[in-house]
Each structure stands twice: as C-alpha cells, then as structure tokens.
Design a protein around this ligand. Structure first.
Ligand code: RAM
Length: 904
C-alpha cells in the first residue's frame, strides 16, 4: 500500500486546480508514514521560489496555508512537499496549480447579440396548481440560440494563453474550430443578479499565427430560460450576453489581452431554440461551418456593446459540469407513438442518438420521463408549466449522431418518434453533472441495501448539477432544506466541499438585509417579486430547517473535512440569521396565544421562541398526506408541526453557532450563543414538553427531532424515546417522518435504547420505507414514498429527490461503523453493527488523510473485522465487549463473542 512519495497533492481540496484564489491557498497531501515534519516549496513559472516553509515539525498534512510572497493572479505555480517520519528517508511529492484571475481589472465589454426579445412567460404558484400553461408550439415562444464570432490576428503563437469567459445565458465556445474545454452549460447557475462565475480555460494549443476566431453559441440557460416550480422565463433577464478576455504571454515576455468587443458579429444558427425545461430543437439543414476562421460572417449583425462592467464577476470555484458517464440502452420497444428506450437508470442528462438517412426536413423527437405507468405505458411523471423535456432534431437528409448542447432532462426512458426503428446501439444516455470526485464505497451481502445506497448516489449525482437541487426535472432549484438534511450523507460519497462552498457563496449573496436566508438559492428577481405578492407557501422567503442550512451545512463540512475557512466565511451570515430568529421571537406570538392573556412568565418564555410564521414544517410527513389530493395534503404537516419545528431548529442553530465560535476562538461569542441556546431550550421545554416526555404533536418526527436536536432535559429523554418507539411500533415499524426529522429518526431510536427497532425500520419493506422503494424498482430516491403506490399507481411526483436518502449517512456510520469523533477525522471510532442482520459489510470513506475502509464478515470462522486506517487518523475499534486501538495500515480483528443478529 505504501508508496515512496507523497500522494494526492491538493491545493484548496483540488488536484492541480487551474484557478484557485491567490489569497493564501492551502496545501494538502497524503504521506503513507507517520509524518513528524514537512517542508513546502512553491515556485513560479520562471522557477523562482516564492515560498519555502522550511522544515516544520508537524504531523499535519491537511490544509496548510501558503505564507510566502503574495501570489500573482492568473499565474502558474509548481509546488513540492517533503514529508519526514523521524530520521527515515523523506517522501516527496510534486504538483502544480494556477491562480484565479484578478477580475477587478476586467476591461472586456459585455456583448449582446441582436436577438428577438424572448417571450417573457410569467406564471404563479396558483397557475401551476390549476394546470395552466402556454398552448402554442415551443418554436413560436422560444427563440434561436445565437452564434457569435470574433476574429483576431496573432503575429506569433503565445507560450501561454488563458481564456476567461462568462455569460448571461449558457455558452459553448470554439477556438480554431476546436471546442474550448470539456465543460457543458457554462457558466453554470449563479444568483446572477449578484454574482456571475468566470471560467478560466487553457487554450494555448488552439491558437495559430495569423487569423484566429473565437466562436461562441449562446443559449438562454438559467438566465433567460424557464426554471423553478412555475416554469417562468427570463427570471434574471430577457437578453443574453457574453464577455471574455484572452490573456496571452509570448516567448519574449510580452503580454497581451484580447477582449470581447463591438467587433463581434452574431446570427441565429441551427438551434431553433434551447431551453433547460422545454428542451432543444436543432435543424441540421441550417448547420454552418461557422467556427472555422475561413467562414465569412460579413452578412451577420453587429453586436450591441454594453461596455465593461466588473460588478458581479467572480472566479468560478468548484467543479464544472461535464458529461460524467454514458449508459447504454437496455431495451427498445415499439409502440404506436414511437419507440420507448429504457436506459435502466433514472439520471439527469440527455440522449445521444444515431439518426439514419431520412428525408431532409423530417423530425425526430425525443421525449423523456423517469417512469412508465403500471402497465409499462408512457407516463410523464413531471407535469407543470413548460416541463416538456422534449428534444427535436430536424434532419438534413444525411445520417448523423446528435446530442443536444444546451439542455438536460431527468429521465430513465426516452420515447423516440420519427424513426422506423430504434435499436439499443442507437441511443446512449449521457449523464450530466458537476464533476465531483466520488470516493465512497458501500456494499453488503444484501442486494437491496446495496441498491438503496446506489440510489442515493445516483440522486446525489443527478442533483449536484451546478448547484445542489431538489430534483433535476421539475424545479431544479437550490432548495436549502434538502441540503440541510442531506449534507452528512453527501460527504461520505464524494468530495463535496468545493461544490457546496460555491453554493454557499450564492446563498450568502442571496441573504436578505434583515438576516433571512432564502429557502432556495440562486434566487431570481422574479422569485423576490413572487414572494412579495404570493400567498401561503408562495409567500415564504425563509423557513425553519431550510434557512438553518446556513449554519448546519458549514458545520457538517467542517466536521467531515476539518476546513475552518468554511466556518469563517459563513459565520457573519449565520449570526444574521440567528438574530433574525431572535428578533422575530420577541415580536410575535403564535396565533393560538394572541387572544390569550399570558402570565408574565409565559410571555417571557414565548418571547424567546421563534415559533411563528409560515414554514414547511416536517414537510411531506406520510401520515398527514394519506388519502388527500397532493395540493391539499402538503399543507397539513406544516400547519401541524411548524410551531414545534421552528424553535427546535432555532436552538440547534444557536448551539452549532456557539460551537463554531469556539472553533474560531471567539470565547465571548461562544458563551453568549451557548447561553441563548440554553434559554431557548428551557423555554421550549416549559412550553411544549410534558413531565412524561410527551410533545403536543404525536408524530414520530417531533420526537425524532426533540431527541436529535437535544431539546429534552436528560430526565425526560428516556420517556420521549419510549414514546417514539411506541409510535414507530404502532405504525408497524414503518416511517412516518418528514424531510426535517428523517435524518434523526434512526439515531433517536438507537441512542434511546431501541436499537432493534432502528434495525427493523431500516429493513422495513412496506411503505413508507426505504426498501419499499427498492422493491418497487427505484433506481434513485423518490420525493414521496408512494411514487409507486402499493396498488401500482404512479404518482406525478419527482423520482429523483435525495432528501429521504439522508439515511445513507446512517449506513456508513452505523452498519459499517465509520464515524469521525473529532473534526476532520483526526480521531475516529469504528463501531460496526454486527447484529444488523447482514453477513458482510464492505465500506470506505475518504478522509483528509486517506480512506478508512471497513470490511466485516459474520460468516467467516471466526467472524472478522478488517479495518484500514490511514496515517494521521487516530482510530479506535469499539465492540460490544471491548475497545481496541487501531494502527495505521491494515488491522485484522477476529470476533469471537458475536451478539445474535436481528432475524430478517
Ligand atoms: C418542493 C421542492 C422541495 C422542497 C420544497 C419545500 O417544491 O421540490 O423538495 O424543499 O418544496
């Protein structure tokens, strides 16, 4: 296992990043020995040393901040680390990184193609509920993708060339006919009114002496296209625009910058329209060789020059969206309406299709859905305004292989019309996602549990698409509640910190001046207006358990990575949200108390509790939905649970913020926040908790939250745990928890002495339960448990919503037993559940020091546990009867006295 060099050299969590923030980037590596000292050396592209840390006596290998002479923006650096273990031979590693551009000096114009105004389509929540929507052909309502060309001449080829580009819209670019980079849907989704990410590309290889052309196709994307629940368009703006700078360095040291300008020309091309929701139409008869430098664009229109504007520009951070996988078709079936192609897996992406020779002008249509109905007929599970998800190819008569460029869909099945025959070899599902490193592993002796885990990973992949979304087919919005509950699970599966940090940057930008953290981000000016005029759910700006993501998500990232900077970046936003809750608590009383004469003691307590306003409560709690139409059903849990849920999250956020203040060495703030948390908890107990541990709302979720968020005095925890166990048993061991309480249910049972019941719930196969979904063919996590009802009915709901997949964290923590006991995995506890009913569990979690892997087998003689621990992690194996320290490397531990396993 050990190699004679340092591995996995990272700068700001990424391997060889191209554009890290030049302000004190941090270095990490893996050294397969017990490091006692290190040395970091950084040199610039001329080979000059800009930092030499010298030999530092330290075991630390993670996130060591640069401390040399200030780094230059948009420059390349090399670095080397030397790691010593005592007097033994040193391990050495070498890598490189580039710094982000200094965007304050941006001089390029924003250029706008001359284009028709997009039809601005605005819809309300009520329209959506009514099933209203446009009735004309998309081609009459959408507009062509614009092609933009700008030629420039170079006397010689540069030794280094960096293209910086961003857009109001989504773009694809070509230089000298070659695609620039391998990203799709750049610049990605941002809260564009406040920040727009600029991409950095290395394009040296595509430049030639003489005439060059930068060609860009610009589509509506998230900026002007349809997005969100209502499918309204032009939410950020109705005109698309582009800005770019090409930074060149020549052999003799000369530098030059070429910029987007009024010299660009534009015209519509083969894309009749492209929209993230509606789909894309490509007319091959209008294809041109427009990216080549020989193309004559003299007939094209000049662009509108809006001038340079540095406001809002930020360097892109995190991973771009790419084509991350391809899935072959599993089957194709003819139907009277076309061929149904099954890709066997619900994904976010699009179809790449081989189109044979057909008559010029004939149309091939590709529709997308996540599920068929119970009789295997076509069934569009996502309904709503502008949710067509249909791509159209118009043939020029020649055979072609076509993949849409500016859209993606949520689907497992595609229905293809316009072709006589479609065979499995003709269609490929191209998976589109932010290109994170997926590092986790979880397999067991039970195929259903393995499928459950895979379903979570597929839902993570499908929804980690530029920003973390609720679902990749209906709203595609960056809902905060989802991330709040799913963040722990997400960290086991992938290296998520850069991706989630990028989203937190947007969320902070969207925070309101009064401290409210919006329920989703990016949030458009249209969303702001809609909330101002909306009613009920439509009026919600911030909500309990959703807005608290600003505290809980950074805390989770810190716990799982040890990165303190994520806490520093978000602390002011956390404090502003907490103060909003405190102020609101002091100002408002719940409706039930408004007409009541309150004793001063109660008035004082109520003034501490954030328990008013519209919230989503324990959203989608199953028993509150049964037997009611969806639009009505979703309102019940919020009405029943918000008054309890909101102060519980208030207390939780105060406690986490106090801990965060402690980590950031702010003892006064820590004490003050801790004190406020204690007072909120005491008031909550006095107002809502019976002496017997009872709560005013008898739902599993309320007890799970009260236990999980530490709302109960020690003396009442046992009784509350018993009540929870009673509710779970009375429900036949099935789930009755909503979005917010789901992450806490199994731990609440486990920690209150009901371990077997937690196992029963995990293994439950009747709805609502996780394995019910698996048994009913789920390949992702569903929005509601009855996506496929027991009678086979299919619901018009999302089949790709990861919130309830938060259980995946439990699988790693409890079944494999891999859990950190200090932030960033400096110490860990390995406590596998050998009695969980499985014969084998084989899992691995990446830590800053390398993976921790656990494999246990009951069937082996004797039963055994193998644990791999990386150097740098101090781990203990905890078994029923003993605790064993684990050494770095492979540990093999026989287990003689096995507790009886739960009978399945
Ligand atoms: C739904 C979203 C999301 C949830 C909100 C409250 O419309 O899909 O799942 O966070 O509502």
């Amino acid at each position: 296992m050990a190699e004679h060099r340092c591995r996995q050299l990272r700068v700001e969590h990424a391997i060889r990043p191209r554009a890290v923030d030049a302000d004190a980037p941090r270095f990490s590596w893996i050294a397969d020995h017990g490091q006692t000292a290190y040395r970091i050396e950084v040199s610039d592209s001329a080979g000059e040393t800009v930092w030499d840390s010298g030999r530092v006596q330290s075991a630390e290998t993670s996130l060591i901040a640069y401390a040399g002479t200030p780094l230059t923006a948009l420059e390349d650096y090399r670095w080397q680390v030397t790691s010593w273990s005592g007097e033994r031979d040193a391990l050495v590693g070498r890598s490189e990184f580039g710094t982000a551009p200094d965007l304050t000096r941006w001089g390029a114009s924003w250029i706008q193609p001359v284009q028709e105004h997009a039809l601005v389509e605005r819809w309300t929540l009520q329209d959506w509920i009514r099933g209203a929507g446009p009735d004309s052909d998309p081609e009459d309502r959408l507009r062509p993708v614009q092609l933009i060309r700008q030629a420039f001449t170079l006397a010689e080829t540069p030794v280094r060339a960096r293209l910086l580009m961003t857009a109001e819209g989504v773009y694809s670019a070509w230089l000298g006919g070659a695609a620039v980079g391998d990203e799709v849907l750049a610049p990605g989704y941002d809260s564009y009114g406040r920040r727009i990410s600029v991409q950095t590309y290395d394009v040296g290889a595509d430049l030639v002496p003489g005439e060059n052309v930068l060609a860009v196709a610009l589509a509506d994307g998230w900026w002007a296209g349809r997005i969100g629940l209502t499918g309204s368009s032009a939410q950020f703006g109705d005109r698309t625009a582009l800005t770019w700078e090409l930074h060149l360095a020549f052999e003799d040291g000369r530098r030059d910058v070429i910029r987007s300008s009024a010299r660009s020309r534009s015209a519509p091309g083969p894309w009749s329209y492209a929209d993230l929701f509606v789909g894309e139409k490509y007319d091959a008869r209008r294809a041109l060789d427009w990216t080549s430098s020989s193309f004559d664009d003299s007939g094209w229109a000049p662009v509108v020059d809006r001038g340079a504007d540095v406001a809002r520009l930020v360097p892109f951070r995190g991973e771009p969206i790419r084509r991350v996988a391809e899935l072959p078709a599993v089957s194709t079936t003819p139907t009277p309406e076309g061929w149904i192609v099954d890709f066997g897996q619900v994904i976010a992406g699009r179809v790449r299709l081989s189109i044979p020779v057909v008559d010029a002008g004939s149309e091939v249509r590709i529709e997308h859905t996540e599920t068929l109905d119970a009789d295997e007929n076509w069934f569009a599970n996502i309904v709503g305004i502008n949710k067509e998800q249909t791509d159209v190819y118009v043939s020029d008569g020649a055979a072609a292989v076509w993949e849409p460029e500016f859209t993606f869909h949520g689907f497992r099945y595609a229905r293809i019309r316009g072709l006589d025959r479609v065979q499995t070899d003709d269609a490929v599902a191209v998976v589109i996602a932010s290109d994170l490193e997926y590092t986790g592993r979880f397999t067991t002796s039970d195929a259903r549990l393995n499928r459950l885990h895979e379903n979570v990973v597929w839902s993570q992949r499908g929804n980690f698409l530029s920003v973390p979304t609720d679902c990749p087919q209906r709203e595609r919005a960056g809902w905060t509640g989802e991330m709040q509950v799913f963040a722990p699970a997400a960290t086991n599966n992938a290296r998520v910190l850069p991706f989630i940090s990028r989203w937190l940057d947007n969320l902070r930008a969207d925070q309101l001046p009064d401290g409210r953290v919006p329920i989703f981000s990016p949030r458009s000016p249209f969303d702001e207006e809609a909330a101002e005029t909306g009613q009920g759910f439509g009026s919600i700006v911030a909500a309990a358990g959703w807005s608290d993501a600003i505290v809980a998500v950074p805390w989770t990232l810190y716990e799982r990575t040890g990165d303190v900077r994520i806490l520093e970046e978000n602390l002011p936003a956390m404090l502003a949200w907490i103060d909003y809750q405190t102020r609101t608590a002091a100002e408002e009383l719940p409706p039930s108390l408004q007409a009541v004469e309150l004793a001063s003691e109660r008035r004082r307590r109520q003034a501490l509790l954030y328990n008013t306003g519209e919230h989503f409560g324990d959203w989608l709690t199953p028993s509150t939905m049964a037997g009611r139409p969806t639009h009505e059903a979703i309102g019940i849990a919020p009405a029943l649970t918000s008054e309890l849920v909101a102060p519980m999250f208030q207390a939780h956020s105060l406690t986490l913020a106090a801990r965060i203040a402690g980590v950031l060495r702010e003892p006064v703030m820590q004490a003050e926040l801790g004190d406020r948390a204690a007072r909120v908890r005491a008031a909550f107990v006095a107002e809502y908790v019976g002496d017997d541990g009872s709560l005013p709302v008898e739902l599993q979720g309320m007890y799970a939250l009260a236990l999980g968020l530490d709302m109960l005095p020690p003396g009442r925890r046992r009784a509350a745990g018993d009540r929870l166990a009673h509710l779970v048993r009375a429900n036949g061991g099935r789930l009755d928890t909503g979005f917010l309480s789901m992450p806490y249910l199994l731990d609440a049972l486990w920690d209150s002495g009901h371990r077997d019941l937690a196992r029963v719930v995990l293994w439950q196969a009747e709805a609502p339960s996780w394995l019910y979904e698996v048994d009913n063919g789920a390949t992702t996590i569903w929005e509601t448990w009855d996506g496929v009802a027991p009678d086979g009915t299919i619901r018009e709901m999302s089949f790709n919503h990861y919130a309830f997949g938060c259980v995946d964290d439990w699988l790693f923590r409890r079944l494999a037993g891999i859990a950190p006991t200090s932030p960033g995995w400096r110490t860990a506890r390995i406590e596998p559940d050998l009695a969980c009913g499985l014969d084998v569990v084989d899992a691995a979690v990446d830590t800053p020091y390398g993976p921790i892997a656990v494999r246990w087998e009951r069937r082996a003689e004797p039963a055994s546990i193998h644990v791999d621990i990386p150097f740098g992690v101090d781990a203990q194996l905890v078994l029923a009867d003993r605790s064993v320290p684990l050494a770095p490397g492979r540990n093999a531990i026989p287990v003689v006295d096995l507790a009886p396993a739960i009978a399945l």
